[in-house]
Design a binder for this molecule. Structure first.
Ligand code: ZN
Length: 85
């Protein structure tokens, strides 16, 4: 998911997730992607408050989707564990 930088109109991506893998595996990556800061290649980290409202709404929906996927994965794992017992 890419967004446009409010300063230089370049491409903004969610923060790198390599360290998130060490923290919590797949769920860590999902949570990091959901709540991590946005980053422009030229300007560095961009606070969400600098983005226009419609982009922030889009980000919020993206964040909720990430959280939903993380929750579903968690529930799925619990379900499988319950079946095994
Ligand atoms: Zn920029």
């Amino acid at each position: 998911m890419a967004y446009q930088c409010p300063r230089c109109n370049g491409e903004v991506t969610r923060g790198s997730s390599s360290s998130a893998w060490a923290l919590g595996g797949l769920v860590g990556v999902l949570l990091f992607s959901a709540f991590g800061s946005m980053r422009c290649e030229r300007c560095g980290p961009i606070p969400r408050s600098e983005f226009p409202p419609e982009v922030r709404t889009e980000m919020l929906i993206g964040t909720l989707a990430y959280v939903a996927v993380a929750a579903l994965l968690f529930i799925g794992v619990l379900y499988v564990l319950t079946l095994l017992h």
